[in-house]
Write a protein that binds this ligand. Structure first.
Ligand SMILES: *Cc1c(COP(=O)(O)O)cnc(C)c1O
Length: 489
């Protein structure tokens, strides 16, 4: 269904109007080799409009997209923080923007230094020894990390490790990654406080364990209270600890996963380090490892040496035991520039403040909302928290309806129905870049919706009312999207 729209470009088409003007021909006219290759302009049916009509058309369409620059975006687990415009300015400097991946090393020393410095900065903040910037997303970082774990065991002649343990709170990419790497996935239960259930872990771990993939803080927004013990149990069995670093925004500058006991972790630059995401990318998911896994990283990595004149020289180092390349050329370089800019602007103290404020904002909002919605794990949260809409569901209104109603109030909906272990889950991550004013208004609107569920449930069940498209058949919309113009009626 479609709400009232401004006229589409096809509807205002007027024969003879043009959005372009060409300069006078200054070369001899010639015919094309074979006209049969050309389409008949009358049959293509392109709209005929003036330049201004065209600009309005595309500007209008662009406003259909919800964006972090347009409004509050509390999409849990995705860290939709503000992307500083300074990052864009720096990424567009000619020495970064105009370089070609096939240029020789000596002509792109500055670009290589950016990658080298970023590798060092990420190693420092995460507590690891070596970093590969190649992976293009968190999920690809996971693939790299687990392949490194596999290479490690195989290099030691240990072929008996066929299983990867994954807690039931995990993001779907964790079990998917383990399975794609050829491992059997063993699900580990969470306990009543939202931690890994140690008794269940002890029962499932063994000489066939290749490793455990853990997100910490986990997808409930909780720091695992038994983290050191979890690492110890897995290590004692000879397995390695994989850290899913998607939630790194909660602990930067406060705790370093490499010090805690993780062997490998990916970082989502497009989450924690303010490079833009959504709309299909490009993302960046660097992988950080301890020394015992460094040889297996996808190369090349950037190294530094001192030249004859004593100046630094940067070069690509190919790693002979590498699991292989996972991305063309040198990774999503523009994202590396943006992330390093963000790190340099904040400095060590600034990054710690980012995490402190992310955690503060989440706890503030959680306390404002926990009276109106159920909070299954009522603990101090980290950078996000998970409510349950089960109280509202008992009144006939689903979490999906609440999410749709939020669109009418002008928000992007939170993550819903994830993590899977919370019934009717509503996962809210405000991030540190939102003001108290925005959080207060969001809380007011969430409480209003809870009231609407009591007073006029149908209002919520039929939402949204103010969006370009109304309630969609979500399965059909995902499986058979209509992305071309069609005349309605
Ligand atoms: C986002 C996310 C991932 C996957 O990262 P992408 O960059 O989207 O591929 C993995 N695990 C968790 C917990 C996440 O939130």
């Amino acid at each position: 269904m479609t709400a009232a729209l401004e006229p589409l470009i096809y509807e205002i088409s007027t024969p003879g109007r043009k959005a372009y003007s060409l300069p006078e021909l200054d070369v001899p006219t010639t015919t094309l080799p074979d006209n049969s290759f050309l389409r008949d302009p009358d049959k293509i049916g392109l709209p005929e409009v003036a330049e201004l009509d065209m600009v309005r058309h595309f500007t209008h369409l662009s406003r259909f997209n919800y964006s972090i620059d347009g409004g509050f975006y509390p999409l849990g687990s995705c860290t939709m923080k503000y992307n500083p415009k300074l990052n864009e300015d720096i990424a567009r400097l000619p020495g970064f923007f105009d370089v070609h991946p096939l240029q020789s090393e000596d002509t792109v020393q500055g670009a290589l230094q950016v990658q080298y410095d970023l590798q060092k900065a990420l190693a420092e903040v995460s507590g690891f020894d070596a970093v590969s910037l190649q992976p293009a997303a968190g999920a690809q970082g996971e693939l790299v990390g687990v392949l490194c774990i596999r290479a490690y065991h195989l290099a030691r002649g240990d072929k008996a490790r066929t299983k990867i343990l994954v807690p039931d709170a995990a993001h779907g990419t964790n079990p998917a990654t383990a399975a794609i790497c050829g491992y059997q996935v063993i699900t580990i239960k969470s306990d009543s406080r939202g931690n890994v259930d140690l008794a269940h872990l002890r029962q499932m771990v063994g000489p066939d364990t290749a490793g455990l993939m853990l997100t910490n803080p986990n997808t409930l927004g909780l720091f695992d209270e038994n983290l050191l013990e979890v690492c110890e149990i897995v290590h004692q069995a000879g397995g390695l600890m994989y850290g899913d670093g998607a939630n790194f925004n909660a602990i930067m500058g406060i705790a370093r996963p490499g010090d805690i006991g993780f062997d490998v972790m990916h970082i989502n630059l497009h989450k924690t380090f303010s490079t833009p995401h959504g709309g299909g990318g490009p993302g960046s998911g660097p992988v950080c490892v301890k020394t015992h896994l460094a040889a297996y990283l996808p190369g090349p990595v950037v190294e530094k040496e001192l030249g004859e004149n004593g100046d630094a020289r940067y070069y690509f180092k190919h790693l002979p035991e590498s699991i292989g390349k996972v991305r063309s050329f040198w990774g999503n370089f523009g994202m590396h520039v943006r992330a390093l800019t963000y790190i340099r602007v904040h400095g060590a103290i600034g990054l710690r403040q980012v995490s402190e404020n992310a955690v503060l904002n989440a706890n503030y909002l959680m306390h404002k909302l926990k009276g109106a919605y159920d909070l299954p794990y009522d603990r101090t949260c980290m950078h996000e928290f998970v409510l349950s809409g089960r109280r509202q569901k008992a009144k006939g209104v689903k979490t999906l309806d609440i999410a749709k109603r939020l669109l009418d109030y002008g928000y992007h909906a939170p993550t819903i129905y994830f993590p899977l272990i919370v019934e009717e889950s509503i996962m809210i991550e405000p991030t540190e870049t939102e003001s108290k004013t925005t959080l207060d208004q969001f809380a007011v609107d969430m409480l209003k919706i809870a009231q609407e569920v009591d007073d006029s449930p149908d209002l919520v069940k039929n939402a949204p009312y103010n969006t370009p498209v109304l309630r969609l058949d979500e399965t059909t919309a995902a499986r058979k999207p209509v992305v071309r113009f069609r005349c309605f009626g």
